[in-house]
Design a binder for this molecule. Structure first.
Ligand SMILES: *[C@@H]1O[C@H](CO)[C@@H](O)[C@H](O)[C@H]1NC(C)=O
Ligand SMILES: *[C@@H]1O[C@H](CO)[C@@H](O)[C@H](O)[C@H]1NC(C)=O
Ligand SMILES: *[C@@H]1O[C@H](CO)[C@@H](O)[C@H](O)[C@H]1NC(C)=O
Ligand SMILES: *[C@@H]1O[C@H](CO)[C@@H](O)[C@H](O)[C@H]1NC(C)=O
Ligand SMILES: *[C@@H]1O[C@H](CO)[C@@H](O)[C@H](O)[C@H]1NC(C)=O
Ligand SMILES: *[C@@H]1O[C@H](CO)[C@@H](O)[C@H](O)[C@H]1NC(C)=O
Ligand SMILES: *[C@@H]1O[C@H](CO)[C@@H](O)[C@H](O)[C@H]1NC(C)=O
Length: 825
């Protein structure tokens, strides 16, 4: 440019400069964002012509041919960017080359628009960001729920030889759940797809962190760094987990067995992952400050290249894509190709339940997991001076004397300093957020009642602050109670480091209030406290009542095909697993949840917690049946799941009202509660692979063949009559007129021939016939089935049924029918 200034007339030079400045100003004014771009041409893993297949089935990413091809793709990405966009207007973040050919670029909307019409570009999608699928942050109230991971996990060898990849907030390598015993080295199954990981070191993640249990660890931060300025004291640029979430998910799937769960000196029990001998490959893509889909999909690309057997996504986009088909967003496409490469992909179904169609797991090539709670409760109690016990929640020890001694009961409002110079807001007066507001002489050694009010309502007040106040002023204990103005609140057990209890139901609070008022006299602004109370042991679990119950937050079907909420005839969620109050590993630094700081375990709730239960079980299945493909494993888990609870009734689901429940349907629980033991030996399986997924996509009237070709590279030359013909272990029809013939194919994965007979639980308003209704099937062979569904009565909502295949060797194979009969003809 300086040469230009010299050679041009000064006037011309000024014009050039002004123009450059205007362009620069334009870039500055327009808000940059990340765009995910898919490009024509085969990625490395699916490149037809390169003869670089190891064992005849997998592409070796380290071969010369693969490296050459990868370099060629990167060059082509740079070429597209360089020839389409203004210099200085963009920053390429990633080239994707293994399972998808494309890139992520940080640029302005106007530049992104240019990319859309650039030669070779198939799709440009704005990064929607990514979210953790955990619902209640312990920092607020409603935390988690869940479940003790013991029991499900098989033996001590569960998952040996299998590698589970986890895309999340990283991992705490010092946690005992991830310790490695060199005396008991893992062997990698020669059927595992895992080839080679990497071990990226950095802050809090020193060399040696990949210890053999953690087989690989990487982090992806280009997207996060492009959209936010990261804070080095929270957003560690290493695989280290400063949040706790990634460690929680990893330990649920594959944490070591028999790890003691100790908090505040109390032993809650022993923790174990579902597949305690599986290897863990860590892909950190979520940061406390920000999370982008660019980092997440880059992690999917790398995990697939590394060859993880199972990939767990307890994260995902928060909302359906705005302007694309649900199945064809960039995120879904990466999962499709990961599945095509042989990786079993499991995702959290989402936490926006119980609204209908709230699932954010859409595609048949990934398993979407719904969450439920068990019958475990942690009952807490406040024992009043007259002997009455008020029920509550809180993982805390009892007050001094284990509940035998009673202490002065003081309502915070009555103990507020008369002439203190602090604002008379609810935070100071009622919520115990500020120690300077309370009269220390009155509250010391007392049980102080702190009340839910505007600060909690606005989520600015925290239970942590109550505990800090309690410690600062020497409360004997605290009771955090609901307020009639706001109604009941949702509370989940949190470990308290001082005796405390939450009383979230107004009806329970009323007993306490009445007792307190009867025993408190107020004179000239001073109160005389005659009420007494103690707090009982709250850390011991009890098991009673119906279980499982689908959690309120767990996202519901029916599945949708686009942002207009048109229904998709594919069942979501897929299956139900424990995801409510799950104990698992935590990172003591606990950046986002100060109340859990210093803890090495946490109880959390969310479909995030349910997904890794399925991952661990998938690892067990893969260990016993190493040749099974992802869709065979998915089928085995689904057809052996149960829709019944421990009372033998249909599983209940929590509704939108506090404490309301209703009998659930496949739109709440998918195939039902997973049963690891049965899933090892399902008898028959329904499987589909890439070609079938293409036929499925092609059969949607609203999805255009050109779009499918450009997104997946595949042609629509074998279109199903209806999407319902995809060979999945369920049948879902959102508008059935007259009758429809649905096709399925089952395969016998048992080592012996078996004769099956089929029975149908007819959905209301629909007659179902299965041909043939009995058949004999030899090992490894398949049987085609025709299933005719005929409307007999029009209904205005879905009705549900089941087809059950009972085998002569006692296999029972179930598939759910969900049908909306709209007309008889
Ligand atoms: C696969 O593992 C088995 C033992 O589990 C071993 O006998 C066999 O030789 C291995 N095959 C290959 C190709 O390494
Ligand atoms: C970075 O995080 C630390 C710890 O949370 C905080 O104290 C500090 O203010 C943050 N810095 C910035 C620039 O946000
Ligand atoms: C106000 O507070 C101060 C210090 O806490 C105390 O000395 C004083 O007596 C109080 N005044 C009244 C009117 O209570
Ligand atoms: C907090 O919530 C109350 C409702 O109780 C509302 O009136 C108030 O404006 C909110 N305050 C803030 C600071 O958001
Ligand atoms: C204790 O007091 C509460 C509040 O008045 C009352 O509801 C309860 O019945 C009393 N319990 C006993 C045993 O008297
Ligand atoms: C399919 O979509 C493409 C791009 O949106 C469009 O150009 C084409 O006309 C469509 N084809 C049909 C048959 O609708
Ligand atoms: C579809 O047709 C193309 C070209 O004719 C062929 O290469 C491809 O294998 C076919 N796909 C399927 C699924 O039959």
């Amino acid at each position: 440019m300086s040469r230009m200034v010299h050679t041009a007339s000064s006037r011309h030079a000024r014009a050039v400069l002004v123009m450059l400045m205007i362009i620069a100003a334009d870039f500055a004014e327009e808000q940059r964002a990340i765009y995910l771009v898919l490009v024509e041409g085969d990625p490395v893993a699916f490149c037809e012509d390169a003869a670089h297949h190891k064992d005849g089935k997998r592409t070796d990413p380290n071969s010369e041919a693969s490296k050459f091809h990868a370099k060629h793709l990167v060059d082509s990405h740079n070429q597209i960017l360089g020839s389409t966009l203004e210099l200085g207007s963009y920053n390429k973040l990633y080239s994707f080359k293994h399972i998808v050919n494309g890139f992520a670029v940080h640029t302005t909307p106007s530049q992104a628009k240019k990319l859309k019409s650039a030669q070779g570009v198939k799709l440009v999608e704005k990064d929607r960001g990514a979210k953790l699928m955990t619902t209640y942050s312990p920092q607020y109230l409603g935390l988690p729920v869940g479940v003790w991971t013991k029991g499900g996990g098989g033996d001590h060898n569960g998952g040996e030889g299998v590698v589970i990849g986890i895309i999340d907030t990283g991992i705490d390598p010092r946690h005992p759940s991830f310790a490695y015993d060199p005396m008991k080295p893992f062997t990698l199954s020669n059927n595992s797809r895992f080839m080679s990981g990497g071990c990226e070191v950095g802050p809090q993640f020193p060399r040696g962190s990949c210890n053999g249990k953690i087989v690989s660890a990487r982090y992806f931060s280009a997207g996060a760094q492009a959209v936010a300025s990261l804070n080095a004291s929270v957003d560690f640029l290493s695989p280290f987990d400063a949040v706790g979430h990634g460690s929680h998910v990893a330990s649920t799937a594959a944490g070591n067995s028999g790890v003691p769960v100790v908090m505040n000196g109390f032993l809650y029990g022993m923790a174990s992952g579902m597949a305690p001998r599986a290897g863990i490959a860590v892909y950190k893509a979520i940061y406390p400050t920000v999370a982008t889909l660019a980092d997440v999909v880059s992690a999917i690309d790398q995990a697939t290249q590394d060859g993880v057997d199972i990939l767990t996504l307890s994260i995902g986009p928060d909302e359906p894509p705005e302007d694309t088909i649900s199945f064809l967003s960039v995120f879904e496409i990466f999962m499709l190709f990961a599945q095509r490469a042989g990786t079993f992909v499991i995702q959290a179904a989402g936490n926006h339940g119980p609204e209908p169609s709230s699932v954010v797991s859409f595609s048949p090539w990934a398993v979407g997991v719904a969450a439920c709670r068990t019958d475990r409760r942690f009952p807490g109690s406040l024992i009043l001076g007259n002997g009455t016990r008020v029920k509550g929640i809180g993982l805390s020890g009892p007050t001094f004397g284990k509940g035998l001694f009673q202490f002065k009961l003081v309502l915070a409002k009555d103990a507020v300093k008369i002439n203190g110079s602090f604002p008379r807001t609810p935070e100071y007066v009622e919520e115990c957020q500020h120690p300077e507001a309370l009269n220390p002489v009155v509250v010391q050694g007392s049980i102080v009642i702190c009340t839910f009010s505007a600060g909690f309502y606005n989520q600015t007040s925290t239970v942590t602050a109550i505990i800090d106040t309690a410690k600062a002023l020497g409360f004997m204990g605290f009771a955090f109670v609901a307020n009639p103005t706001y109604g009941d609140f949702l509370a989940q057990p949190i470990p308290f480091s001082v005796p405390g209890i939450m009383i979230p139901k107004i009806a329970d609070v009323q007993i306490l209030s009445e007792y307190y008022e009867q025993h408190t006299q107020r004179r000239q602004g001073r109160a005389i406290y005659k009420g007494r109370a103690s707090i009982g042991e709250g850390r011991v679990a009890s098991f009673h009542g119906r279980a499982p119950i689908v959690s309120r937050f767990s996202a519901r079907g029916p599945n949708i095909v686009d942002a207009n909420r048109n229904l998709a005839d594919i069942l979501k969620p897929d299956v139900l697993a424990l995801g409510d109050q799950v104990w698992a590993a935590w990172s003591p630094i606990s950046i986002l949840d100060p109340i859990l700081e210093g803890n090495t375990f946490a109880l959390l709730s969310g479909t995030s917690m349910a997904a890794p239960h399925v991952s661990g079980i998938a690892a067990l299945i893969k260990q016993y049946n190493p040749s099974w493909t992802p869709s065979i494993i998915a089928s085995a888990i689904s057809t052996t799941a149960s829709k019944y609870d421990n009372f033998g009734e249909i599983i209940l689901a929590e509704g939108s009202q506090v404490a309301s429940v209703y009998p659930s349907t496949p739109f709440d629980f998918g195939a039902g509660l997973i049963n690891p033991t049965l899933a090892l030996d399902p008898g028959l399986v329904f499987s589909s692979d890439f070609k079938e997924y293409i036929s499925f996509l092609c059969s949607f009237p609203d999805i255009n063949a050109t779009t499918i070709k450009s997104m997946t590279g595949a042609s629509c030359n074998n279109t199903y009559a209806y999407p319902t013909d995809l060979n999945v272990p369920s049948i879902t029809i959102s508008a059935l007129s007259g009758s429809r013939l649905v096709r399925r194919t089952v395969k016998n994965v048992e080592r012996k021939p078996e004769t099956y007979s089929c029975s149908v639980l007819q959905p209301e308003g629909v007659e179902v016939y299965v041909y043939p209704s009995t058949f004999r099937i030899t090992p490894e062979s398949t049987q085609d089935l025709q299933i005719k569904l005929k409307v007999t009565k029009v209904l205005d909502s879905f009705s549900f049924g089941q087809i059950v295949f009972t085998g002569s060797l006692n296999h029972i194979v179930r598939i759910h029918l969900s049908v909306l009969p709209v007309s008889v003809l």
